[in-house]
Design a binder for this molecule. Structure first.
Ligand code: UDP
Length: 700
């Protein structure tokens, strides 16, 4: 440009803006770049946006005693990892940093108690208000509606009849629609109901059949299931449906028996301290000679209390869930036992819900801010072959975690409960994007054992370094307030080995020499040393990792989203001024290599979006560029399970299925998911909804 525009003429123009694709610029222009509210003229370029975020988040450190020049140096580092597109924080951080609106986090879980309003601010209409405040600024909210009594149940204060959780969810849904008109982005919700709830069948069908594409359109819904329930499914036995209406047991602070019965608490994660506490609180006898009472014993008590509405066969309930998910994609499942078993700060209470896309299981009122590393940027090619730039990755992780930790201090919280809960645990979620493209660049097909191994190893590396950074931050700035060095659960102690994942999915094969060599550095990481350091120095954040969908930030970074395979290689986009053919740039690179980049070939690919069946394509291209619907469900699941093993929060993933897959496939996937130790599962069968956002190939 110097020779085009003259030296120094364009000093405000930063060549780093040229890293951005056309689509990235369109997205930034539409929502992210700041405008003057009076003239509506843009007042920043993309680089100015990265600068704004870097400056704002670095400035937090003045409070921790850093000097002006140290803060400036950090600002440069933050700016560098963002402007090079190696790392991007989640949308609210990009949009709101340094502006009057100050919510910087994407994920929230809001409690809903069985009351219109409560003095603590967690009744139904309190939750509705909290939701509106979060949506207004671009955050997503999750709710567990299981505490609300089922429809038809009594309402003592009015001598009336309860309308039930699904009816209240409709109000949350309409409110989301209304707020989205004025907000910065569409509000998203997760609605959870646990499987023991008396209204569970209405919930399961609330978005399917004739209600598909009609009801609860701003909600993803998930059924909270327990190991106890899944075992009953396998055996075809009966389970109770329960009303959570408080039927206080005299002499207890809380109806613990009913809680226990309805939560089917599995023995392993009910630690002794919880049990002692329960005993202290009101004489509810949980221990029978230091043993937990069995679920059956607890159920007998619930029955006596009149809390059991009826019994249902677990298998048929599960089939209803499967049928509905096959029909419309909803509901997904949340594995509540797994979530709590692997929750590092389990001693703070039980997690019952996640944010909208499932990557953040959170305690009531907690929020979490996310950010993702662009894996594609760390593939290097030399004459001697391809390799992964592990040093560069470790360096990026270090600044990314620091930046995310600063977000907690820079955040302006909409409610004091959210501020308190968030600052108590200081959860941050470092995730990834561009996995599919990293694999293609390394020449590894997404649906191969090598790819799963690579996921497993990269996830382990990221977890190690993110955790290490959090220890370093604790040395400098102190641990999160709820840190308890002895009770904190180190999740690597419960990570399943790689071979186990293949065993469950019955996928055969071994990782090749090539991928073992590529990732050999990971085998040298010493987690026991990490544990010793954590105990000695503390920990800044109770969770450090989370795999988010990266729906928009992956467009800004110009890479594939999250850990998903490519969706389509070429497609036709209808816009106001006409039809455009869009082609995946990496795919185009490969076509060029094989001298196949002519319009005829591209047009042919755009008709289906895929090349898997295209016999005229070289085999390498056909294998490397398998898209979401060509990848067998087992491999979708395996990637999710591999990332989940090295993740202290959740892993967002959609198991994309071909439209002709039968309900049995959904059933198989749901059962396998439980055994693989993922925290939740969502399927989506192609064309199962009328308003699908993206179609692959030509838009039909
Ligand atoms: N989210 C939301 N509305 C949206 C998209 C996302 O509230 O339209 C929230 C939701 O909690 C989701 C999280 O943001 O789970 C992260 O989504 P994603 O990674 O796609 O966000 P990005 O940072 O890429 O915009």
């Amino acid at each position: 440009y110097n020779h085009v525009y003259g030296k120094g003429k364009w000093k405000d123009f930063d060549p780093k803006d040229l890293l951005l694709t056309y689509n990235a610029l369109k997205v930034l222009e539409a929502r992210y770049l700041l405008k003057d509210p009076n003239t509506l003229r843009y007042i920043e370029t993309p680089q100015m946006m990265f600068r704004r975020v870097a400056k704002y988040l670095a400035s937090v450190e003045l409070k921790y005693g850093k000097s002006e020049s140290e803060v400036k140096a950090l600002e440069e580092k933050f700016y560098e990892i963002m402007s090079n597109l190696r790392f991007l924080p989640n949308t609210p951080t990009l949009m709101n940093s340094g502006t009057r609106l100050g919510i910087l986090s994407a994920c929230f879980v809001i409690p809903v108690r069985d009351s219109m309003t409560t003095p603590e601010g967690d009744g139904i209409y309190d939750a509705l208000r909290a939701m509106a405040l979060v949506h207004q600024q671009g955050g997503g909210t999750g709710f567990d509606f299981s505490e609300l009594r089922p429809k038809g149940d009594v309402v003592a204060s009015t001598a009336g009849v309860a309308s039930g959780p699904v009816s209240f969810m409709k109000i949350f849904d309409v409110s989301t629609d209304v707020v989205k008109q004025g907000g910065k982005r569409r509000g998203a919700n997760m609605g959870v109901m646990h499987v023991w709830h008396a209204e569970i069948e209405d919930f399961i069908n609330s978005k399917s059949g004739k209600l598909k594409d009609v009801q609860l359109q701003n909600f993803n819904i998930s059924v909270g299931v327990y190991d106890y329930f899944m075992e009953k499914v396998e055996r075809g036995e009966e389970v109770p449906l329960i009303t959570p209406r408080k039927t206080r047991i005299p002499g207890t602070d809380h109806d613990y028996y009913i809680n226990k019965a309805r939560n089917y608490m599995s023995e392993e994660w009910v630690q002794e301290e919880i049990l002692n506490e329960l005993e202290e609180k009101g004489g509810a006898v949980w221990l029978d000679e230091s043993k937990i009472i069995t679920v059956d014993e607890a159920l007998a008590i619930a029955e006596k209390e009149g809390a059991i509405i009826r019994w249902i066969n677990a298998r048929s309930l599960f089939e209803e869930i499967v049928k509905s998910a096959w029909d419309s994609g909803d509901p997904g499942l949340l594995f509540i036992d797994e979530i709590n078993r692997r929750h590092p700060v389990w001693y703070l209470g039980k997690i019952n819900a996640t944010n909208p896309c499932g990557e953040e299981p959170l305690l009531p009122w907690e929020s979490c801010n996310l950010g993702s590393i662009n894996l594609e940027k760390f593939v290097k090619e030399t004459e001697n072959g391809k390799y992964i730039d592990w040093d560069g990755l470790a360096e990026t992780i270090k600044y990314a975690v620091r930046l995310l930790d600063n977000v907690i201090d820079a955040n302006k919280y909409p409610l004091k409960q959210i501020e308190q809960a968030t600052k108590n645990t200081r959860k941050v979620g470092l995730g990834v994007m561009g996995l599919a493209r990293m694999l293609i660049r390394l020449g590894i097909p997404y649906d191969s054992v090598d790819a799963i191994y690579l996921s497993y190893q990269v996830a382990k590396f990221i977890y190690y370094h993110a955790f290490k950074t959090s220890i370093e931050l604790a040395k400098e700035k102190g641990s999160f307030p709820a840190y308890d060095p002895l009770r904190y659960h180190d999740i690597w102690e419960s990570a399943r080995p790689f071979e186990y994942l293949l065993e469950v999915t019955k996928v055969e094969g071994k990782p090749s020499e090539y991928v073992r060599k590529l990732t050999a550095i990971v085998d040298k990481l010493d987690f026991s040393e990490l544990k010793a350091e954590r105990i000695k120095y503390g920990l800044r954040n109770s969770t450090v990792v989370s795999v988010a969908p990266t729906g928009t930030i992956s467009i800004i970074a110009g890479t594939s989203s999250s850990i998903e395979p490519l969706f389509a290689l070429a497609f036709i986009r209808n816009v106001a001024v006409g039809k455009f053919m869009e082609i995946d740039p990496l795919f185009l690179e490969y076509l060029r290599k094989y001298e196949l980049d002519n319009p005829e070939v591209v047009k042919k690919v755009a008709e289906t979006g895929t090349v898997g069946e295209n016999m005229f394509m070289p085999a390498t291209i056909r294998k490397l560029f398998r898209t979401a619907h060509e990848v067998p469900p087992e491999f979708h699941l395996l990637h999710q399970a591999a990332w989940q093993q090295w993740n202290d929060s959740g892993t967002s993933k959609t198991i994309n299925l071909r439209s002709e897959e039968p309900p049995e496939t959904v059933e198989r996937v749901y059962l396998m998911a439980w055994k693989l130790g993922v925290k939740g599962i969502t399927v989506y069968r192609d064309k199962s909804k009328s308003q699908q956002v993206i179609y692959f190939g030509i838009k039909k």
